[in-house]
Design a protein around this ligand. Sequence first.
Ligand code: PEP
Ligand code: MG
Length: 589
Amino acid sequence: MASFTLQGIPVSRGITIGRAHLLRPAAMDVKHYLIAQEQVEAEVERLQQAIARVQLDLQSIWAELPTDAPTELGAFLDVHALILSDPMVSEMPLDIIRTRHYNAEWALVTQVDALSAQFDEIEDEYLRERKADIQQVAERVLKILTGSAHQIPRALGVDERNANMIVVAKDISPADMMQFRDVAFTGFVTDEGGTNSHTAIVSRSLGIPAVVGLGNASHLIMQDDWLIIDSDAGVVIVAPSPLLIAQYRNEQAVLLKARKKLGKLKKTPAITLDGVEVTLLANIELPEDAHAALEAGASGVGLFRSEFLFMGRTGAEHQLPSEEEQFLAYQRAVQSMKGKPVTIRTLDVGADKPLDHSEHNILNPALGLRAIRYCLKEPQIFLTQLRAILRASAFGTVHILIPMIAHAFEIDQSLAMIEQAKDGLRGEGIAFDEAVQVGAMIEIPAAALSLPMFVKKLDFLSIGTNDLIQYTLAIDRADHEVAHLYNDTHPAILQLLHMTVSAAEKADIPVAICGGMAGDIKLTRLLIGMGFRELSMPAALLPEIKQEILGTNISALESSIKKILRTYDPHSIQELLIGVREQVFVPQS
Ligand code: PEP
Ligand code: MG
């Protein structure tokens, strides 16, 4: 097969080389995960039972057909029963489970996809349309399968079989991405998505090479094709030559060595050459990520995206996590951080992080009932979470962070709910930290433009640049069609950042950045030059940001930063930024 290269949007770091594993397009949305060897036969049986159940269902529908039913209906049921008993449908997927270790749903749709592709080639229109029957039969089986609760296997372990799998998909939901995290996938390639879509964020925090927004990759790449992902360049090379693979393997080794070297900075504080300390924090999605945060030398967790505890729950687990389950998760993160602060953001669901699939029908999800809007509409869910967070505060330093604030009443109502949760706990004699700090995410332009409205009521601010950019520039952060308009140094963004850091300084409260800009090394000097002293980012990026800070002299950058903030011409901003980035400072002895 001839080699070819695809260019997409880089969202993560590093290089990976492996074989393509195609996920079914989102339309037939099923879970994709690998089955551990010892569970393979149970999974085979699960699929066999679902197929048998559908056969019985079809028989009973047949038997109960009213006498005046059209004769085509019976024939239609016969066709479905025949399809279901065809070994191509009833046996091939079992082989796929046994050989590739796919879960039953994935195995079934993989086979149905292959059959559908064959039907597409048929010239006879009537026969070609039988593809729809196969898909309908598969959907019946899938309904039975997904109705039964199942567990995603946690750690599968790295071995030869799964060590080099690269997931290729039209799109991967953040929830599905989380389910791949402990399985040894080494890269992600998607047709859709943007730099700061939540899928991209998750791949960055997993430290896994990924390229998104490739347009048509999931159709051009075939199952088991060899792929090289060069994340930094946003490039995917399909069917590379052995020589190219060898070159990339060398590069991979060099990167690994550099990363190891950076690891030595773990205990070094991030202090500039002129003595200004910057606090570097980590963003986490699940409590177990706290380990990577500590390993990277983070001074705490600046953003715990708690919604990942709520997403991707299927079958019997579909209900929301209870107060106890949440408490245990928050407590685990807090205890893992060994006294370092943990900022837990309250539930930020909606937009590209839906709680369930019905939310996909909302007209404008990013502008809809997202984050604090959802929580204030569902006070019982909010209160349960606040109680769980407060209970965890008895085990370390916890800060509460409220997302998507735009109105003063949202702060007032959130603070009132926190008081209500505290009262309840006090009444029950349950311990919590009375002085727990409460802050707000500044990620809606309205909030940045009206900070005096609520800044006095808060203990701290944290800027979510991903959403701030999305809402200021009116571009969907997950839509690759407008990804080229995603510009974090647009003068409007720089002005909003500047206003926020100035207002926080005036109100004498700390302000952090926890959006993607905090982990972008090209912007580190700009941000600390503007006055930011707390940056929160995926743990994997922290060491190189620290190295950048160690080599910076902030006072020497003052006039360039002022100039950038007075400049409205994008090219001049870029030139000034390059100057700031390339300035070399000599350490004073
Ligand atoms: C942000 O918007 O920058 C942010 C940190 O929150 P999230 O990416 O989870 O929306
Ligand atoms: Mg946000």
